[in-house]
Design a protein around this ligand. Structure first.
Ligand SMILES: *Cc1c(COP(=O)(O)O)cnc(C)c1O
Length: 399
């Protein structure tokens, strides 16, 4: 509290910027409360398809399919592309553990290639060197909301070799390249509405494509997937209520302390310890139920507004970089990033003692990727740029 009074005196907000669930607003809380009180539409498929169609239209894609996570959406893509044991996929040596896990669960071998340090994307020349006769796909990503530097080069490389491109757009929903949303140049793309991503349904994700045959196979994967049981849906809804009071409420400095704890015990976590160790959770791969699609549709309508705010805050961090002689993240010509986070390569000590750095800079600090496979400490051979990003890349909040 004393700290709070100091902040008011200095004209600063009592709220810290949020890394989680920052796009939840009062109308979302109202919708979540209504859903908790009335279960009649929880498993209504029409509601899900309305959300999928709205996303596909907004994203400029032929079709979209909603699942219980970006990782489940990726698994549906793996099935739809017909990837199977013996096949190889090239992935960046700097990603989230759930990405290699999705391939491992399907028996598909992942081969890591290094990233570049301009946008933390897959390096096209490293990807080229990793191609073997068994390579069936390349996975590229647009990390932190930046459009990756080698986007077109990787698409061209894949076309030359007759292999698929999977786009990980989990950090970059709404980012654009040459007037088109990311995710539309590759064969398939997946997005996340997990609570630390661009918009939130607590847990959730979508897969999109512009290929009619692959869309039909994604539809089959969706039909074949199970729905979460009512207890799990309730768990996600309660988690959203918790997140709202803890991270999003306009007076969260108060509600985070006095209201959020009422919901804490029943809140779910996104990735269990078992999953971090590479074990497939029993609920893995489920499709999105109507309850979360209702929230997704409401959140989708807010994405452009929040992304514009993120771009505004990035200007503040641009000035910070100029003042402190740090390199600004690269904005690829023709791209419009969304800055889910603002990444900076800082001295390794800054990342190692992130709590001290946060205090010194007076901002919450993100330290995604303390290992090559976030959030584990797993290391990968022969990816020096990825290792450098693991050692040095910190990120600042933009909401
Ligand atoms: C979050 C994330 C995913 C997976 O999304 P979920 O919705 O959490 O399953 C995939 N790739 C990256 C880089 C991510 O950060």
């Amino acid at each position: 509290m004393a700290n709070g009074i100091g902040r008011v005196v200095r004209g600063k907000s009592l709220n810290d910027p949020s890394f989680v669930a920052a796009t939840l607003e009062a109308d979302d809380l109202m919708t979540i409360r209504k859903l908790l009180a009335d279960r009649s539409r929880w498993f209504d498929e029409e509601v899900v398809h309305a959300y999928e169609n709205a996303f596909a239209r907004w994203n400029g894609s032929l079709a979209a399919f909603a699942f219980m996570g970006g990782r489940a959406a990726l698994s549906a893509a793996i099935a739809a592309l017909g990837l199977r044991p013996g096949d190889e996929v090239i992935i960046p040596g700097y990603t989230c553990i759930v990405v290699p896990n999705a391939f491992a669960f399907a028996g598909v071998k992942t081969v890591c290639a290094d990233i570049e340090l301009d946008t933390y994307g897959l390096d096209a020349s490293a990807a080229q060197k990793a191609i073997t006769p068994n390579t069936r796909a390349i996975l590229l990503h647009h990390l932190y909301g930046l459009v990756c530097r080698d986007y077109e080069a990787i698409i061209a490389l894949a076309q030359k070799h007759g292999i698929y491109v999977i786009e990980d757009c989990t950090h970059s929903t709404g980012a654009e390249y040459k007037g088109m949303k990311v995710g539309n140049l590759g064969t398939v793309a997946f997005y996340s509405s997990e609570h630390s991503k661009v918009f939130t349904t607590g847990q959730g994700g979508l897969v999109t494509t512009n290929d009619a045959a692959i869309a039909a196979r994604l539809r089959n994967a969706w039909e074949a997937a199970e729905s979460p049981n009512p207890a799990r849906v309730a768990g996600v809804l309660i988690t959203l209520v918790y997140d709202y009071y803890k991270f999003a409420h306009p007076r969260r400095w108060l509600t985070g302390r006095f209201v959020a704890p009422l919901y804490r015990r029943r809140a779910l976590i996104s990735t269990t310890d078992d999953e971090l160790r590479g074990r497939r959770p029993p609920h893995y791969g489920q499709r999105m139920p109507g309850a979360l699609a209702v929230i997704g549709r409401q959140q989708l309508a807010k994405v452009d507004r929040f992304n514009a705010r993120r771009r505004e805050s990035a200007k503040h961090w641009d000035r910070w970089c100029e003042n402190t002689k740090h390199a600004k993240p690269t904005v690829v010509p023709g791209s419009t990033p969304i800055f889910l986070r603002y990444p900076v390569l800082a001295a390794p000590e800054w990342k190692r003692d992130s709590a001290a750095t946060a205090r010194r800079l007076g901002t919450p600090l993100g330290v995604w990727f303390a290992g090559n496979y976030h959030p584990t400490q797993i290391t990968i051979a022969n990816c020096p740029h990825a290792d450098e990003a693991v050692a040095r890349c910190i990120n600042f909040p933009t909401l």
